[in-house]
Design a protein around this ligand. Structure first.
Ligand SMILES: NC(=O)c1ccc[n+]([C@@H]2O[C@H](COP(=O)([O-])OP(=O)(O)OC[C@H]3O[C@@H](n4cnc5c(N)ncnc54)[C@H](O)[C@@H]3O)[C@@H](O)[C@H]2O)c1
Length: 255
């Protein structure tokens, strides 16, 4: 498929939530296209394992994206070690399957903090660094939850909708500085996350079958398919893609 594509030669990339699922796939794909990747995750051990899968230059950095001081230190480190930053992937996120009445305030805070505050802080510190490095790309992880009313995902939908709106606003604010801000809206992607969500249902296998059934193309999306979109958005091929929401969902939102 993409063997030998080297669109990201030498680019300095930060991926948050790089220790699992979509973040891992993005880190592997960008590294395979020649990027130097910082694997940032609250779970440092998981990030280390992914780093061990990569042949090229990597850094592993523990970060809780909810904490300004930690996100600032993450961006500071890549600038110090590699002299700048070209691509920021704000991928870390958490979700809880629940309606609004069934969502606890603790779960509300966790989803909003990791998804929205985390993406905000990622942009707050990365955008100036990317601008000072001569321009580049910010990729935020939204979801089709921002676009359609998914059942049992009330606050998650709100969090991902906020990421989409903030992506568009920041795209307008910073395009003059050479910083392209876009987001990806994956459908249901086969990651450890899906296993965790389905585990919360009485019949996990049935919940998983329902997820598959709502995919018009008949299967869950693979993490490497999201990674391919991220690599495109990071590359010069996407120079006219600004403030966009790139849907990779097997047809769910086309229904
Ligand atoms: N899997 C899906 O179906 C799907 C669909 C649409 C969007 N997404 C989004 O894609 C992103 C990645 O999802 P995934 O399925 O790979 O999930 P995952 O749970 O497999 O991986 C998430 C990673 O983020 C890390 N993380 C969690 N909280 C963090 C924090 N506070 N600071 C730093 N790192 C933190 C975790 O340790 C983990 O390594 C999320 O933003 C999610 O909302 C996933």
């Amino acid at each position: 498929m993409t063997q030998g594509m080297r669109r990201l030669e030498g680019k300095r990339v930060v991926v948050t939530g790089a220790g699992s699922g979509i973040g891992r796939a993005i880190a592997l794909r960008m590294a395979s296209e020649g990027a130097r990747v910082v694997l940032a995750d609250v779970d440092e051990g998981a990030a280390r394992k992914v780093a061990a899968e990569i042949e090229g230059e990597t850094l592993v950095h523990q970060v809780d994206v909810r904490r300004a001081d930690e996100v600032e230190a993450l961006v500071g480190r890549v600038v110090e070690e590699w002299g700048g930053l070209d691509v920021m992937v704000n991928n870390a996120g958490v979700g809880v399957a629940a309606t609004a009445p069934d969502t606890t305030e603790e779960d509300y805070d966790r989803m909003m903090d990791v998804c929205v505050r985390g993406t905000f802080l990622g942009m707050k510190y990365a955008i100036p660094a990317i601008r000072d490095s001569g321009g580049g790309s910010v990729i935020n992880m939204s979801s089709i939850a921002a676009l359609v009313g998914l059942t049992d995902r009330a606050v998650y939908c709100a969090a991902k909708g906020a990421i989409l709106s903030m992506t568009r606003a920041c795209a307008m604010d910073h395009i003059g500085e050479g910083v392209r801000v876009n987001c990806i809206a994956p459908g249901t992607v086969d990651t450890p996350w899906v296993a965790r969500i389905t585990a919360g249902y009485d019949d996990p296998e049935e919940a998983r079958a329902r997820m598959r059934a709502r995919q018009p193309h008949g299967r869950l999306v693979r993490p490497d398919e999201i990674a391919a979109m991220a690599a495109y958005l990071a590359s010069e091929e996407a120079e006219s893609v600004v403030g966009a929401c790139m849907v990779v969902d097997g047809g769910v939102t086309a229904r």
